[in-house]
Design a protein around this ligand. Structure first.
Ligand code: WTA
Length: 657
């Protein structure tokens, strides 16, 4: 958690920016929205369910058997129909769904809703041919190309379940996710482009599948055209099987509580959790929040969520929310500096993007590259900015407001999680004032609280734990295959309340500030990783005896991984020069989990600080990693260990990316 001093600095620095009259006059959300939702949240959500096209309209709203919720359970619908067919049927087929922008400058594709429908139907027919049936799990491991969205919608159209695995994950991470939910199909690509260079993707799938005997078919999009290893009878080119299919497919409808998706996320143990979401409630809240938080006008807005579909932000705000709302989007394949450090600003200007949504870590990177870059481009099309994924520091917020938003765009700082499915806390543009670094308040229909250790609400000016006190439509329905772990993880810390794992504070005005995780989950560039997951990878290396990992604050990535490692005696003796081994360990973690998990710094130490009962004192290690003065060390078996580690910390260089 953030230090008290830093928090105070942040609060005194903070200013409130009231909504402009101009924005307020045309905003989707009007002030009465909070009262209306507060008066009867279920009735309010029932009304929002009217945003969807149902084959059978629901008569039920919420059934709550803590911690298991059902929303709109007697309703029936098809997710892909809601995203695509209904817009075409309503005469909006020529509207652009995606301006897809390639990594390579100058390369783009424009896909209308009618074209998207044809693509989704073809892919659905291909999946049927490959044997995919309702309820089957399909893993998707793809770069940011239109086929990734098409694949998700095709799986959903059949009532099957997609499990999108971020393409930056290793073969090992992919195989454990495939096995955990027993995916029998995989959709992938031969490779991906990053800053003009093709990097292969299929080899990771091939390696992963060596331990996944149940996978029957792999559908492969050709993106880079490199050589690929091919297994006849298992591997199918997308262009061979999808392109020859009919562009028609008659969809069935499924119950509202049909599982739509699984998204793995890091918890406090080494094993990622398969968070699953069902159809009706998830779509209702994704669309409702997209409509109000981003104030979207389907006719005129061009939305750009600069995230990857491999994370929940991509699911809810590149795929489901915006498509249900029928808006035009930009979908970008590359990195912020593919083709130059002003690439983003060129994209905004070229496609006249009106709403930009991204993570604080990206804003800090863009900020490092200097204000001249955004300042020298025409960004006047923008009218609203959003951030997500980690607390945003006031400096980055102010830079975003000034240099990207031209001092006129409201900034919505949106708090939510893979588990919540959609945004739960955010200012509403046009109504709520904004403060640099605050998520401000719960959205209409959502009940949040900040509580102390005894589950009592804290007063204004006080900090505690963020909890959700009432069920919400897009809440996860659980951890795939492990209802007990679901209860344990989220519902036992404060009985009857959903414990998010975040620290929070109410300021003097009662507004909500997020303060970071209070558990062993780290947030690296907006990506969730558990300390145990990284420790597990480290001790998997033959040279390592023990490892303790902490998230230390970092100027660019929010938090960065610092690992304290003790070596096995044999390795210790063999290690004269530490540098090659440290390099090897960093690469080992990157290979085992993902390059995101590569530690910034590894400190080889003869010992770790432990309590008399043998527990590693992570709090102390975090203090060491953040160069803080050390508190009480009297419970340690050997207090000198900490001083020694502090010494080592200052003499071990940080890794370069
Ligand atoms: C953090 C991402 C502060 C938080 C949508 C949460 C935030 C975790 C914010 C979920 C925010 C997300 N301010 N912290 N606006 N948004 N977080 O599952 O710690 O990848 O618990 O979902 O990110 O990360 P996840």
């Amino acid at each position: 958690m953030m230090s008290e001093a830093k928090l105070e600095a942040l609060l005194t620095e903070s200013r409130a920016f009231p909504p402009s009259a101009e924005f307020a006059a045309q905003a989707n959300a009007q002030p009465s929205i909070y009262d209306e939702a507060d008066a009867d949240p279920e009735a309010w959500w029932r009304k929002q369910a009217g945003r969807l096209t149902w084959d059978t309209a629901p008569t039920k709203t919420l059934e709550w058997d803590l911690p298991f919720a059902k929303w709109f359970s007697d309703g029936r619908l098809n997710a892909s129909v809601n995203c695509v067919d209904r817009h075409v049927a309503a005469g909006r087929g020529d509207k652009v769904a995606y301006h897809w922008v390639a990594d390579k400058e100058g390369e783009s594709r424009t896909i209308t809703y009618r074209q998207l429908l044809g693509m989704v139907c073809q892919a659905t027919n291909a999946l049927v041919e490959l044997g995919v049936k309702e309820g089957d799990r399909v893993a998707i491991y793809m770069p940011m190309i239109p086929e990734a969205v098409v694949a998700m919608l095709a799986v959903a159209r059949l009532g099957a379940v997609h499990s999108v695995v971020f393409a930056g994950f290793s073969a090992e991470a992919l195989s454990s996710r495939i096995l955990d939910s027993d995916c029998q199909y995989v959709i992938t690509a031969d490779g991906a482009y990053r800053r003009g260079t093709a990097s292969p993707l299929k080899p990771a799938v091939d390696e992963a599948l060596q331990s996944c005997p149940n996978v029957k078919a792999v559908l492969v999009v050709q993106r880079t055209g490199g050589d690929v290893n091919w297994i006849e009878g298992r591997d199918y080119w997308w262009h061979d099987v999808v392109d020859r299919q009919s562009e028609q497919h008659v969809p069935k409808s499924f119950p509202s509580e049909q599982t739509l998706l699984i998204m793995y996320t890091s918890g406090t143990t080494a094993k990622p959790k398969g968070i699953f979401h069902t159809t009706g409630g998830y779509l209702v809240q994704a669309a409702t929040t997209h409509y109000y938080v981003f104030d979207v006008k389907a006719e005129t807005d061009v939305c750009w969520t600069a995230a990857d579909i491999g994370w929940i932000t991509g699911h809810s705000y590149i795929v489901y929310g915006p498509l249900v709302n029928g808006v035009t989007q930009v979908m970008y394949e590359g990195l912020p500096d593919s083709g130059g450090r002003d690439r983003w600003w060129k994209i905004i200007d070229e496609f006249k993007v009106t709403i930009l949504y991204t993570a604080p870590t990206t804003i800090r990177t863009l900020m490092k590259w200097g204000p001249e870059l955004p300042d020298s481009h025409d960004l006047s099309s923008l009218r609203l900015l959003g951030t997500v994924g980690e607390p945003i520091n006031p400096e980055a917020w102010m830079w975003y407001r000034r240099h990207v938003g031209g001092e006129r765009c409201p900034i919505v700082d949106t708090w939510w999680q893979t588990e919540t499915g959609a945004i739960l806390a955010s200012p509403l543009p046009g109504i709520t004032a904004t403060k640099p670094g605050a998520a401000m308040r719960a959205l209409p229909g959502i009940s949040l609280d900040v509580v102390d250790n005894e589950a009592q609400s804290v007063g204004n000016g006080e900090g505690g734990y963020l909890v959700v006190t009432k069920p919400w439509p897009a809440m996860t329905r659980g951890i795939y295959g492990d209802p007990e772990r679901f209860k344990q993880t989220y519902w036992t810390r404060f009985p009857g309340l959903y414990f998010a794992g975040d620290g929070a504070k109410r300021d003097a005005d009662g507004d909500l500030w997020l303060l970071g995780r209070v558990d062993d989950v780290m947030n690296i560039s907006g990506h969730r990783l558990s300390t145990t997951e990284v420790e597990h990878a480290l001790v998997g290396h033959p040279a390592v005896a023990e490892a303790a990992v902490v998230g230390a604050s970092d100027e660019t990535t929010g938090q960065a991984i610092v690992a304290f490692v003790t070596l096995k005696l044999s390795a210790e003796e063999a290690t004269k020069d530490q540098a090659p081994l440290i390099h090897e360990l960093r690469e080992h973690v990157a290979r085992t989990i993902s390059p995101i998990a590569r530690p910034r710094q590894i400190i080889l130490t003869p010992d770790l600080p432990k309590t008399r009962s043998g527990k590693i004192m992570r709090r102390l290690l975090r203090d060491v990693a953040e160069n803080r003065s050390l508190g009480d060390v009297t419970t340690l078996t050997d207090p000198t260990v900490v001083n020694m580690i502090s010494q080592l910390m200052t003499t071990t260089p940080s890794g370069e990316e």
